[in-house]
Write a protein that binds this ligand. Structure first.
Ligand code: NAD
Length: 483
């Protein structure tokens, strides 16, 4: 057992202290690989939230981060990056146990989180305004100010790296931040508090609270005492948060779901495609907002691609995350029920099961790696986010038809193109309705490339320099020099 969980309880990181839950309440955390109890997290409620809000506001008023020398702020973020690497071994095992993901994916997640702190540490002293020419009688310039208190709500699929993705630029810009961790796997994220503590981040500048979405999350976004909301999660929750944000006119960033399509042309390199398909469909058991949820294939190579994808799915090594298999469980029984039900419904409307199709008969929440072929693009399974190890394959005949099917959902997070034709890749990329387009490699790009959606996939961009725009607001200072 890790030292962080020596008494079996992950506490709230509350303004530089470690706090029990309200009236001793706890969230039971399960191991999805066994469906058995793993540990408990102290559950924050109204009382703990009030303390975090007060501490954050005090930190803003003191100017803890905003008034720190920007280069010192940058060095502080670099220390957080180093501390994240120092806790990665312990943290990855916790994350693996509570989320079901493989140990190596959990290690990657801690490394990615460290890289966010490094990246935004490097830009903390380069957040520059501009001067605007108004002629000799005026001086005019802009300053980029932090919002104040940033409320950040994190999903369970990548709790540590998604939290770092928003927290690092928020701190770099000088905001105080309150994070609400996901109730299904809050523990590894709570451990981030230890990295913040060891990096000597001022108490109150960051709190990480464990709580239930409909309770703590809803209270946080409707408290009227936050200056900005950053939400990553489902469309339905995003809509509820936007309604609450509307009442207080709180600026919000929405990183929501997807139903992203890869378009595979007849000249695609199919070895490359299969490598991308394995990560795009099956990484983290498909619980990825930017998963390759649909694969549109030119009819001339369609059956070959279906057969190769099915063989790949059937060849995956399945196991508990600690064994570092290719394929891991989904997060919960509810998630497994939903994934399986959508898959069964697809069969009833004519989809062909080329691989998988049902849950696996073993302990834990395992869905078989699933390839559905001949999927009608208007079917529910091709329109709704599944968030599991399932993809939908559909043939197409022309470029125009492929683009129209790819763009034919209410989402628009990412899209992919597989072709050796350079001109076609640029032409099609421009026409795809998505915030990011991958060519010949799913998940190409990284922490420095802007990411976000169109349509119901949300608005605003995370990652890269672009993300800083979310965490500052522009003030213009216009000075008359006329005396
Ligand atoms: P979810 O919407 O159920 O929960 C996300 C977070 O919101 C959790 O912390 C939850 O506790 C909280 N929450 C729930 N109800 C709330 C409320 N009423 N008020 C405030 N907070 C509330 O989503 P999930 O199931 O945790 O995550 C999966 C979803 O997240 C998928 O749709 C996926 O596509 C999306 N996602 C998007 C991105 C992206 O960057 N676009 C990244 C990862 C996941």
């Amino acid at each position: 057992m890790s030292s962080f969980l020596s008494d079996g309880l992950a506490r709230n990181y509350l303004a530089g202290t470690w706090a029990e839950g309200d009236r001793g309440a706890c969230i039971a955390v399960e191991d999805p690989g066994t469906a058995e109890h793993f540990t408990d997290a102290a559950q924050a409620g109204e009382v703990t939230l009030a303390r975090a809000l007060e501490a954050a506001r005090t930190s803003v008023e003191r100017g803890d981060l905003a008034d720190m020398q920007p280069s010192a702020r940058g060095r502080m973020l670099l220390r957080v990056a180093a501390e994240m690497r120092a806790i990665a071994y312990e943290g990855a095992e916790i994350l693996c146990r509570e989320s079901g993901k493989s140990l190596s994916a959990a290690q990657d997640e801690f490394e990615e989180a460290a890289q966010y702190f490094e990246y935004y540490g490097g830009v903390a002293d380069k957040i520059e305004g501009k001067s605007i020419p108004l002629g000799p009688d005026y001086a005019d310039y802009t300053v980029l100010e932090p919002y104040g208190v940033s409320a950040q709500i994190v999903p369970w699929n990548f709790p540590v790296s998604i939290a770092a993705r928003s927290l690092a630029p928020s701190m770099a810009a000088g905001n105080a931040t309150i994070i609400k961790s996901p109730e299904l796997d809050p523990v590894a994220l709570a451990l981030l508090g230890r990295a913040l503590e060891r990096a000597e981040v001022p108490a109150g500048a960051v709190s990480i609270l464990n709580g239930i979405g409909s309770d703590l999350g809803a209270r946080l976004v409707s408290s009227g005492d936050v200056d900005q909301i950053v939400f990553t999660g489902s469309v339905r929750t995003g809509q509820a948060i936007l309604r609450a944000a509307a009442d207080a006119v709180t600026p919000s960033l929405m990183e929501l779901g997807g139903k992203s399509a890869a378009v595979v042309f007849e000249d695609a390199n199919l070895d490359t495609l299969m490598t991308s398909l394995q990560s795009g469909v099956f990484y983290n058991a498909g619980q990825v907002c930017s998963a390759m949820a649909r694969v549109l294939v030119h009819r001339s190579i369609y059956e070959e691609v279906v057969a190769r994808a099915a063989a790949l799915a059937e060849g995956l090594h399945i196991g508990h995350g600690l064994q570092n298999p290719d394929h891991t469980p989904v997060i919960s029984a509810a998630q497994l029920n939903r994934v399986e039900a959508l898959t069964l419904a697809a069969r009833q409307v004519g989809a062909r099961v080329a691989a998988g199709g049902t849950r696996l008969n073993r302990p834990g929440h395992f869905m078989a790696p699933t390839i559905l072929a001949d999927v009608d693009p208007t079917a529910r399974v091709a329109q709704e986010e599944i968030f599991g190890p399932v993809t939908c394959m559909t043939p197409f005949d022309t470029e125009g038809e492929a683009i129209s099917i790819a763009n034919g959902t209410e989402f628009g997070l990412v899209a992919g193109i597989f072709t050796r034709d350079l001109a076609r890749s640029h032409r099609v990329a421009r026409q795809l309705r998505a915030g990011q387009v991958f060519v010949n490699e799913w998940f190409a790009g990284g922490i420095s490339t802007p990411f976000g959606g169109v349509g119901k996939s949300g608005f605003g961009r995370e990652k890269g320099l672009e993300a800083l725009n979310n965490y500052v607001r522009t003030k213009n200072i216009a000075i008359s020099l006329k005396g």
